[in-house]
Design a binder for this molecule. Structure first.
Ligand code: PMP
Length: 445
C-alpha cells in the first residue's frame, strides 16, 4: 500500500472532526469514499482502484491532474517566495498573470482583480458594480438582479443573487434589494435539445419587467451564469444573452457573467464571452484559472469601470476591497503554469473539436430508464432523471454511488447527473464514460 493510501486507511477510523461541505456527513461517514491520488484523467481510490474523472473534480481541473508544468511551477514558487502581500506591495507574477489574462479575454475587459475563489469573485464583482455606479454619480442604483436556479457561490452576496432555495432559506434575510428573473429552462419545449435551445429568448424580457417594477434607475447590475452548471446544466436559449445585453444597455444596468464554470475552455472557446459573442461589463472566474490546483479566482472588468475609479488623489486607495490571498504568489505561479499547459496543448479550444462526439455519446443515453431530459454544450452535459415520488435526489444519488463503484466520477445535483470532464479527455475515454454510465442507468431503479 502506498503511504497516501495507508494514511487514508488510518483516518478511516477517525472521520468525526471534519464537517464536510455540501455533503450528507452521516451517510458519508458510514461508507466513506476516499481519493488518495490523481493523474491525468484518473483518480486513485484508497482501495487502489482507478476512477475516470467525468467532472474535472468540481468543474475545475480543466487540464487534468498532476500536470508537470503546473506541479513544477507551484513547487518552484513555494521554495522561492511563499507569500507576499498584495496590499500596497506587488510581485512580478501577479502583474504577468493579469496581463496574460487580459490578453486572453476580449477587450474592453482589460483589468483583473484577484480573489481566492468563485464565491469571492462573485462578491467582488457585485461590490465593484455597486461602487462603480456610485462613482459615476448613479448612487440610486443599489439593486442587484439574479436569476432563479442561479448559483453564484456561498458568500452572502452570492446566495442573495443566487436562486437555489436550499442555499438561501436557512440563512436569514440575506441582502436586501435583490430580485430574480426566471430561469430559462423549459422542458415542455426544450427537452432533449442539443446545444442551445431554439426557443426561450423571451425569458430575457423578465429583466424589463423587474426594471419597470423597481424603476431602472435603482438597478446596479444583473448577474447570470452564461451556462448554469451547478443547478443542473441550463443552456441559454439562442439570442437570450444578447437580449439581456441589449436591455442592460438601454437601462444603464451593468451585466455580470459568472464564468466560474464556463471560463477556461469549457465551451471550446477561452470564455463564454467568446462563445456567445456577448460582452458583459464584469466577468467572474475561478476553478479552471489554476486548473483547480491552488484556490484562486479573478474578476475581469472593462476599462471604463477601472478608469472610473482612477480619478481621485493619487495617494488615495481607489477600491476598499481585497483579500489576504489576493494574487497569492503560489496561486499566480499555478495559474501561469496552467495557462502554459492550456496554450501548449490547445486546451482552450479543444472542446470545440470534441463537442459533437460528446453530444452524440450523451444523447445515446436517451433510451435508459427514467431519463426525462438530456442537454449539452461544449464539454458540459446533463442527464436528468425522473425523481422518485416523495424522495427527490435519491435516484440520481444512487446512480452516483454505482458509478463510483464502476470507476467513473459523476456529479449529481438534485435528480440531475452533470458531467464536465477535464479538457484532455480522449474519444476512447468519452466512450468509456458513457458506456459505464449506460450500465449504471440500466441498473438504477
Ligand atoms: N459561481 C459559479 C457559477 C459556480 O459554479 C461556483 C462553484 N461551483 C461558484 C460561483 C463558487 O465558486 P467557489 O466554490 O470556488 O467559491
Amino acid at each position: 500500500m502506498s503511504t497516501t493510501a495507508s494514511a487514508a486507511q488510518a483516518v478511516t477510523n477517525n472521520l468525526e472532526a471534519f464537517w464536510m461541505p455540501f455533503t450528507a456527513n452521516r451517510q458519508f461517514k458510514q461508507n466513506p469514499r476516499m481519493f488518495v491520488g490523481a493523474k491525468d484523467m484518473h483518480y486513485t481510490t484508497a482501495d487502489g482502484r482507478q476512477v475516470l474523472d467525468g467532472t474535472a473534480g468540481l468543474w475545475c481541473c480543466n487540464a487534468g491532474h498532476g500536470r508537470p508544468r503546473i506541479v513544477e511551477a507551484v513547487q518552484k514558487q513555494v521554495a522561492e517566495m511563499d507569500y507576499a502581500p498584495a496590499f500596497q506591495m506587488g510581485h512580478p507574477k501577479a502583474f504577468e498573470l493579469a496581463a496574460r489574462l487580459s490578453a486572453l479575454m476580449p477587450s474592453p475587459l482589460d483589468h483583473v482583480f484577484f480573489t481566492g475563489s468563485g464565491s469571492e469573485s462573485v462578491d467582488t464583482a457585485l461590490k465593484i458594480a455597486l461602487a462603480y455606479q456610485r462613482t459615476i454619480g448613479q448612487g440610486t442604483r443599489t439593486r442587484l438582479i439574479g436569476r432563479e436556479r442561479g448559483y453564484h457561490g456561498v458568500g452572502f452576496g452570492g446566495i442573495s443573487v443566487g436562486g437555489i432555495v436550499n442555499n438561501r432559506k436557512h440563512f436569514g434575510s440575506l441582502l436586501t434589494g435583490v430580485d430574480h428573473m426566471r430561469h430559462t429552462h423549459d422542458p415542455s419545449r426544450n427537452a432533449f435539445s442539443r446545444g442551445m435551445p431554439e426557443s426561450g429568448a423571451e425569458y430575457a424580457e423578465d429583466l424589463i419587467r423587474i426594471a419597470q417594477l423597481h424603476d431602472p434607475s435603482t438597478i446596479a447590475a444583473v448577474i447570470v451564469e452564461p451556462v448554469a452548471g451547478s443547478t443542473g446544466v441550463l443552456i441559454p436559449p439562442k439570442h437570450y444573452l444578447q437580449r439581456l445585453r441589449q436591455i442592460c444597455d438601454e437601462h444603464g444596468i451593468l451585466l455580470i457573467f459568472d464564468e466560474v464554470i464556463t471560463g477556461f475552455g469549457r465551451l471550446g472557446t477561452p470564455f463564454a464571452v467568446d462563445y456567445f459573442d456577448v460582452k458583459p461589463d464584469l466577468v467572474t472566474t475561478a476553478k479552471g484559472l489554476t486548473s483547480g490546483v491552488v484556490p484562486m479566482g479573478a474578476v475581469f472588468c472593462t476599462k471604463t469601470i477601472y478608469d472610473a475609479f482612477m480619478h481621485g488623489p493619487e495617494h488615495v486607495i481607489e477600491l476598499f476591497h481585497g483579500y489576504t490571498y489576493s494574487a497569492h504568489p503560489v496561486a499566480c505561479a499555478a495559474a501561469l503554469g496552467t495557462l502554459d499547459t492550456y496554450e501548449e496543448e490547445g486546451l482552450l479550444t479543444r472542446a470545440a473539436g470534441l463537442a459533437q462526439y460528446w453530444e452524440d455519446g450523451l444523447h445515446s443515453l436517451k433510451d435508459c430508464p427514467h431519463v426525462i431530459d438530456i442537454r449539452n454544450l461544449g464539454l458540459i452535459g446533463a442527464v436528468e432523471l425522473e425523481p422518485i415520488a416523495g424522495e427527490p435526489t435519491k435516484r440520481a444519488f444512487s446512480a452516483f454511488l454505482k458509478a463510483y463503484e464502476d470507476g467513473i466520477l459523476i456529479r449529481t445535483t438534485g435528480d440531475i447527473i452533470a458531467l464536465s470532464p477535464p479538457l484532455i479527455i480522449s474519444k476512447d475515454q468519452i466512450d468509456e464514460l458513457f458506456g459505464k454510465l449506460r450500465k449504471v442507468l440500466m441498473n438504477t431503479h
